[in-house]
Write a protein that binds this ligand. Sequence first.
Ligand SMILES: *[C@@H]1O[C@H](CO)[C@@H](O)[C@H](O)[C@H]1NC(C)=O
Ligand SMILES: *[C@@H]1O[C@H](CO)[C@@H](O)[C@H](O)[C@H]1NC(C)=O
Ligand SMILES: *[C@@H]1O[C@H](CO)[C@@H](O)[C@H](O)[C@H]1NC(C)=O
Ligand SMILES: *[C@@H]1O[C@H](CO)[C@@H](O)[C@H](O)[C@H]1NC(C)=O
Ligand SMILES: *[C@@H]1O[C@H](CO)[C@@H](O)[C@H](O)[C@H]1NC(C)=O
Length: 212
Amino acid sequence: MQRYLALLLLFVAVVNAHFQLQFPPPRGAFDEDNEPKFCDGYNTPAANRTTFPLTGGFFSLNSEHPKWTAGVLVSSAANPTSFNNFSQAVSFFQLEGEGAFCIPLDFSANANTTSFQNGQNITIQIVFDGGDDTLYQCADLTLSNDFKISSDVKCSNATGSSAGTPSPSSPTATGASGASSPTQSASAQGMAMSLGVVGWISAIWAIALTIV
Ligand SMILES: *[C@@H]1O[C@H](CO)[C@@H](O)[C@H](O)[C@H]1NC(C)=O
Ligand SMILES: *[C@@H]1O[C@H](CO)[C@@H](O)[C@H](O)[C@H]1NC(C)=O
Ligand SMILES: *[C@@H]1O[C@H](CO)[C@@H](O)[C@H](O)[C@H]1NC(C)=O
Ligand SMILES: *[C@@H]1O[C@H](CO)[C@@H](O)[C@H](O)[C@H]1NC(C)=O
Ligand SMILES: *[C@@H]1O[C@H](CO)[C@@H](O)[C@H](O)[C@H]1NC(C)=O
């Protein structure tokens, strides 16, 4: 009986996948159990805000789902405590693939955020749905009109395949999506696939160890 329970728990752990905001850094360390909650369960802004450009910015995340929908909410409240305090900064879009993704986040290109100013504090909330729960992570930012995100910050997509229409609020998305060379995305896909195989092999090992 206990063995079956362990197996079941393992299965739940495998299917209950999540996402991790990579850049800008989230409010607090990724908290898997709280990700279905407002701001991943972190209810006060980070003391150290990340400087972020008003124009030409991006956010990046790691997806653990093969097909997912995401969008970005934004609030200019000093301490947003409710979804009512947010408006939409990046419309919901759908993508396919697990691994790293990097999406344009340009406050000067969206009617809801064109009034944002140099030096202003804002909070973004990434909303992600891979088919189980709706998941949330927040990042607290200070906007700057002459800031460029360091080239050390990784910005690439694990797969080039888009399952849905790019966000109409970020016209750069359509232009950039075709930019990666086919050979590059093919090898990235191959890597993602072999990582998937490694994941399954370790899962099978874990099952075997539980049974023995
Ligand atoms: C804030 O600083 C702490 C401690 O240095 C660090 O762990 C955390 O990632 C920082 N958070 C942000 C949003 O930069
Ligand atoms: C922005 O937030 C920082 C840190 O939380 C704070 O020190 C600063 O006064 C805030 N700036 C404005 C314009 O509210
Ligand atoms: C945030 O939303 C709550 C709940 O609707 C509201 O009471 C509060 O006034 C809002 N705060 C700001 C700064 O808009
Ligand atoms: C602005 O925010 C509202 C409320 O979240 C949303 O319905 C609307 O689509 C947003 N507008 C744009 C251009 O994204
Ligand atoms: C990743 O894909 C999205 C959606 O097609 C696109 O908007 C974005 O520009 C791509 N990022 C990179 C770095 O190519």
